[in-house]
Design a protein around this ligand. Structure first.
Ligand code: SAH
Ligand code: SF4
Length: 369
């Protein structure tokens, strides 16, 4: 059975053309699925009867099954989704005063093996399909609406999710085609209609793919930097050995020619005694001199078996102060919703492990302003 969530707007148009249907039928169907969030072809009442019956025979709207649904006292909500073969992914909804942000996964596991990342430590299982990626957004919007979530922008006819960050499990640029197809749906006015500035993709630095994203679908870009020198970054983010810092920063500057914002966001995880002293902050300032950017410091979220510790608060503040004094806007990622477990770098692995695991971790709140 065809999963209609696997089609981006162009693919859905091609699918309808092959079936001898008019292009506007594809647009109508796109709106039913992604705008009105229909769960069944039968519900698409203004499709011509013959079109609808034929479509219902061959196609459906299929999302991964929800294994667990957890809500923190501050409204942060996490869905654990089963993507088969005992693999699970996570999707996190982060409500704020003026927006609803969804953190989306792009792969089950990750092959890039960053030293401080629990997803990386679990290894790579597989790329998510387009339907599994966009299905996270479809599911979150639909569930929040069904649960009667109340936000001012819903009253203005918009979906509960106003911002997306591709910062869940996996390296989005390592699953390029499926991720770009999902981005196309996020941006399409007949689907989710999000502006490019409200969709942020985070990458560990796959340089050739940063260039492709610039050419094919330049959404807001966040880059996981974590170190100002190749010697240190080689250790923390192994992909740096293939795409060293000079190449990465040059790609960031090229990206800015087409980016929806005039800066790149650099993420920087604060690891106690590893990359968090003032001398390192000064090296970072020097290194980023020519690259318009903001920096988001992420307090390290520990997980069982890790060799790293979270930097003490005073050191994070001192690091931030050095960067701000050097002229770079620098924020510290907020933590909240401590009772549920959904922080950066701690996302789900295998279904059975996760249901057993219980960590007193924190939720990361992503600043995408
Ligand atoms: N693979 C992409 C996106 C997913 S990770 C990337 O690496 O950018 C999202 C962010 O969480 C990245 O900046 C990543 O470096 C960070 N992260 C990973 N593990 C973490 C941990 N244990 N604590 C805090 N941040 C972590
Ligand atoms: Fe993969 Fe990102 Fe984790 Fe690195 S930090 S292992 S790229 S998910």
């Amino acid at each position: 059975m065809i999963n209609l969530l696997d089609f981006d707007p162009a693919a859905l148009a091609a699918f309808f053309a092959e079936r001898g249907e008019k292009p506007f039928r594809a647009r109508q169907t796109l709106r039913w699925i992604h705008h009105r969030l229909a769960a069944r072809v039968d519900a698409m009442t203004d499709l011509a009867g013959a079109t609808r019956n034929a479509l219902a025979r061959d196609a459906e709207i299929r999302t991964p099954a929800v294994v667990r649904d957890t809500v923190a006292s501050d409204g942060t909500r996490k869905w654990l989704l089963d993507v088969g073969s005992a693999n699970a992914i996570e999707t996190v909804y982060i409500p704020e005063d003026d927006r609803g942000t969804l953190c989306i996964s792009s792969q089950a596991g990750c092959a890039l093996d960053c030293a401080f990342c629990s997803t990386g430590k679990q290894g790579f299982n597989r790329n998510l399909s387009v339907g599994e990626i966009i299905g996270q957004l479809w599911h979150a919007n639909r569930t929040l609406l069904a649960d009667g979530v109340s936000t001012p922008w819903i009253e203005h006819g918009r979906h509960p999710i106003t911002n997306v960050v591709m910062m869940g499990m996996g390296e989005p640029l390592a699953n390029f085609d499926n991720v770009v197809a999902a981005l196309m749906l996020m941006l399409d006015d007949n689907a989710y209609g999000l502006s490019r500035r409200r969709v942020t993709l985070s990458t560990s630095g796959l340089v050739p793919m940063i260039d492709r994203l610039r050419d094919e679908c330049p959404v807001a870009l966040a880059v996981s930097l974590h170190a100002p020198t190749d010697a240190l970054r080689d250790r923390l983010v192994p992909i740096n050995r293939k795409h060293p810092l000079d190449d990465l920063l040059a790609a960031c500057r090229r990206y800015l020619e087409k980016a929806p914002r005039d800066f790149i966001t650099f993420e920087y995880v604060m690891l106690d005694g590893v990359n968090d002293d003032t001398a390192t902050a000064r090296q970072l300032l020097a290194r980023l001199q020519d690259t318009p950017c903001k920096i988001n410091l992420i307090p390290f979220n520990p997980f069982p078996g890790t060799e790293f510790r979270t930097s003490p608060r005073e050191r994070i503040l001192a690091f931030q102060r050095t960067l701000i004094d050097g002229g770079i806007v620098t924020t510290i990622r907020k933590t909240r919703g401590e009772e549920i477990d959904a922080a950066c770098g701690q996302l789900a692995g295998r279904v059975e492990d996760r249901t057993k695991r219980k960590l007193g971790s924190r939720i990361a709140v992503v600043a995408t302003r």
